[in-house]
Design a protein around this ligand. Structure first.
Ligand SMILES: NC(=O)C1=CN([C@@H]2O[C@H](COP(=O)(O)OP(=O)(O)OC[C@H]3O[C@@H](n4cnc5c(N)ncnc54)[C@H](OP(=O)(O)O)[C@@H]3O)[C@@H](O)[C@H]2O)C=CC1
Ligand SMILES: O=C(O)[C@H](O)[C@H](O)[C@H](O)CO
Length: 333
């Protein structure tokens, strides 16, 4: 039976997610409903994508009994309220990254998911790409020895995008794109808490971070460094250096289609989209969707690849980095 998806928002990433689902077998994944703040937006989205039900409020989606899982694609200041709405309505949820504005909100969401006994996952889509699966296999089998250094970058010019730069819309490089570097580091170091985090950077006049550089020290003198920026395009690659070898992830490290292991490159092409996409390589959103389906089929409440503990660790590290750089959201007060 197909997994029946309901979409919360008719925005840009909801469009890409829907296009990505269409690259999977229709007997496995169906979008059956979309909800937006305005009914006209939901209806327009539904007609563009051939979705049967359109709602003019998120509450109506929460009341729809014929949905297996809700995809939350609203901007991040609204992740807390929407996730609580759906978990309390006993809906399984896949919520876009970052899961929330801070660790306090993340804890509230995860507690509600647990209390209501629903599946819940932060949509860190990178973790489900075939390259990420292969990296985890290579690391587990010791192919590059003990990892001593991870370096990652994500910088792109986003000064014209309101939600990237305005504080009340959840702007800031770290939460929007730095999170991809941080999640890679956490994945490689197996969810270990760093012994030390040192962050430096600066804010825009709006009070959100434009560019941040972070170094992290883990046990046994293992290091990581990452840069994120809303101002400049960076090489946007990543490298994992072990005592016996090197894994390189060329751009775009957050949605990779090629990898170089000890000098040997392998390509992992993505399926072509049926409609133009808003973001780079978005048909790769299919892999996280399939992970959700597999978890639901097994009756799991969380994914072992992007667990609740992984989301909390990310949020706590983001809080610490923001504390050092001086980025404060209204949600922190
Ligand atoms: N995994 C990935 O590759 C990507 C993930 N993302 C994540 O997805 C989320 C949405 O990003 P994106 O789609 O680009 O954002 P959009 O600007 O397209 O907004 C998404 C939706 O959020 C709601 N929204 C927007 N502004 C407001 C507001 N001022 N007040 C209340 N609700 C608002 C709207 O919902 P409605 O339709 O109901 O009106 C809107 O459609 C972010 O959290 C982002 O981090 C974004 C891009 C790529
Ligand atoms: O998750 C992402 O990839 C980012 O949110 C977007 O791609 C970025 O903000 C460009 O708008």
């Amino acid at each position: 039976m197909a997994t029946r998806w309901g979409l919360c928002s008719a925005g840009k990433i909801s469009h890409d997610f829907t296009v990505a689902l269409k690259t999977l077998p229709p007997e496995d994944h169906q979008v059956v409903a979309v909800a937006a703040r305005n009914l006209e937006d939901a209806q327009e989205f539904a007609s563009k994508h051939g979705i049967s039900r359109a709602y003019g409020s998120y509450e109506e989606l929460a009341r729809d009994p014929n949905i297996d899982v809700v995809y939350v694609g609203v901007i991040h200041p609204y992740h807390l309220s929407t996730c609580l709405l759906f978990t309390k309505a006993k809906k399984n949820v896949l919520c876009e990254k970052p899961l929330a504005m801070n660790a306090k909100e993340v804890k509230e969401i995860l507690a509600s998911a647990k209390m209501n006994n629903v599946f819940f996952m932060e949509a860190v889509w990178t973790r489900f790409f075939p390259i990420s699966v292969e990296i985890r296999r290579l690391l587990a089998q010791g192919e590059v020895g003990e990892v001593k250094m991870v370096r990652a970058e994500f910088g792109s010019e986003q000064m014209h995008i309101p939600r990237s730069v305005q504080k009340e819309l959840g702007g800031g490089a770290l939460l929007d794109i730095g999170i991809y570097c941080l999640q890679l580091i956490c994945m490689v170091y197996n969810g270990e808490k760093p012994e030390r985090i040192q962050a430096t950077g600066f804010c825009l006049e709006t009070g959100v971070d434009e560019t941040v550089v972070v170094t992290l020290k883990f046990s046994n003198n293992r290091l990581a460094v990452f840069t994120c920026s809303l101002r400049v395009q960076l090489p946007n690659d990543a490298i994992i250096v072990g005592t016996k070898g090197i894994i390189k992830i060329p751009a775009h490290m957050w949605c990779p289609t090629s990898m170089v292991v000890n000098g040997k490159e392998t390509q992992y092409p993505l399926p072509e989209p049926s409609l133009p996409l808003n973001f780079t390589n978005s048909t790769g959103l299919r892999y996280e969707a399939e992970e959700v389906r597999q978890c639901l089929l097994k009756g799991l409440k969380e994914s072992s690849v992007m667990s609740h503990a992984d989301s909390l660790l990310l949020a706590e590290m983001e809080d610490e980095i923001r504390r050092q750089v001086g980025i404060v959201y209204s949600q922190d007060c």
